[in-house]
Write a protein that binds this ligand. Structure first.
Ligand SMILES: [Fe+2]
Length: 274
């Protein structure tokens, strides 16, 4: 257990600023262009070694102390994160059900001195992400539970194929599982005006030709656009839990989750002024 009186780390000490000079926008121009090119090509941008090895070790130790209070949620999901439509043929992608099983530590349970929280609350990171995504600015997600999460996946957990309902997600890999826990995605599988059910069906049936795998390397920051890319986390095996931090932002201020989603994901609720 860490000493609760340990001071807040400086955010600059958590990031490899020599490789990723996000605190100096003038110097980061080439980096921004590289990230934009990656996003345009396949909807994902990986920054390996973004968080220093020393900071990752601290984040893992802190996450392990929080893991016992993570809320575990499990249930069937459709790939569209909605309700399956029984009027469609049985093999239609809108009737496909997968399994979601994972635990999450909510934002309000993460202490202010936790290195992950320090990084999330550091404006240069948010401003850098806004620049890469082409927004004038971003806002930290205002939900008291959903703004920052540590996703804890243990033996038998998995996250089935789905499309996100948000434009982008930012994750930081902290610890890999002994087996499984791979992040797989099929970039640009659908578009805003074409669901391409035939291509979706092929991925669900196990066709690997469109599927890419992102190695789970601790310290990697992944900026992922999941609205049009089908993606999943393969089943975890072994005694070591897989730890990933999820940092949530929005293009509008004051955005929060619904009561329904909060209860499903965190097992409790809170009054929020929306
Ligand atoms: Fe997702």
């Amino acid at each position: 257990m860490r000493d609760a009186t340990e001071p807040r780390p400086s955010p600059e000490a958590l990031v490899d600023l020599a490789a990723y000079p996000i605190d100096r926008p003038e110097t980061a121009r080439a980096l921004v262009e590289r990230c934009r090119a990656q996003l345009a090509a396949d909807g994902a941008c990986e920054l390996p070694g973004f968080v220093t090895a020393r900071a990752v070790a601290r984040m893992v130790a802190d996450a392990d102390t929080l893991a016992p209070i993570a809320h575990h949620a499990e249930g069937p999901i459709t790939i569209y994160l909605d309700v399956a439509d029984p009027s469609l043929p049985e093999d239609h992608p809108r009737r496909w059900l997968g399994r979601s099983s994972l635990a999450a530590v909510a934002y309000d349970l993460i202490p202010p001195a936790h290195a992950l929280r320090v990084l999330f609350e550091w404006d240069p990171l948010m401003d850098f992400l806004a620049t890469v995504l082409g927004h004038a600015r971003l806002y930290r997600y205002a939900d008291p539970f959903g703004a920052l999460n540590v996703a804890v996946m243990r033996d038998g957990d998995e996250l089935a194929w789905h499309f996100d309902q948000t434009d982008f997600v930012v994750s930081i890999a902290l610890r890999d599982a002994e087996e499984g826990g791979d992040f797989e995605y099929a970039p640009c599988l659908r578009s805003a005006d074409d669901e391409r059910y035939g291509d979706v069906r092929k991925v669900l049936d196990g066709d690997p030709s469109r599927v890419r795998r992102v190695p789970m390397t601790p310290g990697t920051l992944l900026l992922f656009q999941g609205r049009h890319a089908l993606h999943r986390v393969t089943p975890i095996r072994g005694a070591t839990s897989r730890l990933v931090a999820l940092l949530a932002y929005d293009t509008k201020p004051g955005t929060v989750s619904s009561d329904f989603l909060r209860l499903a994901r965190y097992g409790r609720n809170v009054a929020v002024d929306a």
